[in-house]
Ligand binder design. Structure first.
Ligand SMILES: [Zn+2]
Length: 405
């Protein structure tokens, strides 16, 4: 992925493929990419530690999942069954389902339990080659419960090799047990929650769900502007069922606008002209059985397109980034280069960590190796080809031959 542009369409011919290559790593960073023979010679001369991959392998950058909700208690298997049995959103909510169900189950989970759950899910992603994972709060929806979630994410980050990047999603929905209006809730979070997050160093990103069922653009803009003034980076759940969110993202200088399934040509054009990264979440499409983000259109218009799993208990329970990205590629007609860019350096840009996602001198040595002699197999197998080895900051962190149970 070295030297590829952040925005726009990519051809597979733009991928730089090293046959019989080697990577020299120093202090967690990629120091040199060269032929196996020359690095092997150098390693012997300088007495460097060597890891030789026996048999056919293709090594690509460690994957980046830039949008997840893996901090949650309970399950929503019942919602999934109800939805597929034809029940409406309202009927599911009446039966006690929906986001509020997860809020209740997450509030009933201790910080220690949530920490365990986040660590376990992060390790599942790590075994699938994902070395950087964004994790949102948003199932607490009170000052204390949001803090509990963010503390659990921070703690889990010290217990897994994958790097966790936390995001405050207190504006996920107006909590049902809050007795005032949306504006007062958002003001309360700005006033009481944000300073605590800064004080404890729990997150540097704020997200909001802009949707008819959550918050309107008018309600959310002042909230996101205040967050920005307090030093937070902004990301938005935008244009999932109705448009409006992507404009909010552009207006408040967000780093990314995620979902975009409902975006029309107009939103696509505006996003492409902006610095906002457009993030497709095919896991939500597969979970809800609705349309995909218009990734082809976005790329052709010149947008930067990232792809993330949106792993959450309601609409995206699968949690397999590579499978989802490969399927998005098949439906949207994306090149290998475009899909791989979406789950590596373009997703890293959406998290403002441009130090990873490419096998290039100076980048972090986050790497994943697949047991094949053809890089095209990685997406062709649609996620069923899993990594044999994963490195984070140059350290071997996952080996499929080892038993981690
Ligand atoms: Zn989401």
């Amino acid at each position: 992925m070295a030297n590829l542009p952040l925005k726009g369409a990519l051809k597979d011919e733009q991928l730089e493929i090293h046959h019989d290559g080697g990577i020299l790593v120093d202090q967690g960073k990629i120091h040199r990419v060269d032929s196996y023979d020359s690095l092997h010679q150098l390693a012997r001369k300088e007495d460097y530690e060597m890891q030789v991959l026996e048999g056919d392998h293709v090594c690509i950058p460690g994957l980046v999942d830039s949008h997840t909700h893996i901090c949650f208690g309970g399950s929503r298997a019942r919602d999934y069954a109800f939805r597929n049995a034809g029940k409406t959103y309202l009927e599911i909510a009446k039966a006690g389902g929906g986001i509020w169900d997860t809020v209740t189950q997450t509030r009933n989970s201790s910080e220690a339990l949530l920490t365990d759950l986040v660590r376990e899910r992060a390790n599942i992603l790590l075994a699938n080659g994902v070395t950087t994972i964004e994790v949102k709060s948003g199932y607490g929806l009170t000052v204390e419960e949001e803090l509990k979630m963010l503390r659990a994410i921070k703690k889990a980050g010290t217990e897994t090799v994958s790097e966790l990047i936390p995001t405050c999603l207190a504006a996920h929905m107006l909590p049902r047990d809050y007795d005032k209006d949306a504006e007062s809730y958002l003001q309360l979070m700005t006033r009481e929650l944000f300073p605590r997050i800064i004080e404890e160093g729990l997150a540097s990103r704020v997200d909001a769900f802009v949707e008819e069922s959550a918050f309107s653009p008018e309600q959310i803009l002042p909230y996101l502007k205040s967050a920005k003034e307090m030093g937070f980076s902004i990301t938005v759940h935008a244009d999932q069922f109705s448009v409006g969110g992507s404009q909010v993202a552009i207006d408040c200088g967000a780093v990314s606008a995620d979902h975009l399934e409902a975006s029309t040509g107009e939103e696509v054009k505006k996003l492409a002209a902006s610095d906002v990264i457009a993030t497709a979440l095919p896991g939500a499409t597969l979970g809800l059985g609705c349309g995909f983000t218009p990734a082809r259109q976005l790329l052709d218009a010149g947008a930067a397109v990232a792809i993330a799993s949106d792993w959450n208990p309601g609409s995206a329970p699968m949690g397999n980034l590579l499978t989802q990205a490969a399927i998005l590629g098949a439906f949207e007609k994306l090149t290998n280069a475009e899909v791989l860019a979406g789950i590596t350096y373009r997703a890293a840009a959406a998290l403002e960590v441009p130090d990873r996602g490419m096998i290039q001198t100076g980048k972090r040595a986050d790497l994943t190796a697949y047991p094949t002699d053809n890089y095209q197999d990685i997406l062709y197998k649609q996620g069923s080809l899993t990594p044999s080895l994963v490195w984070k900051d140059g350290e071997l962190s996952f080996d499929s031959k080892k038993d981690y149970a």
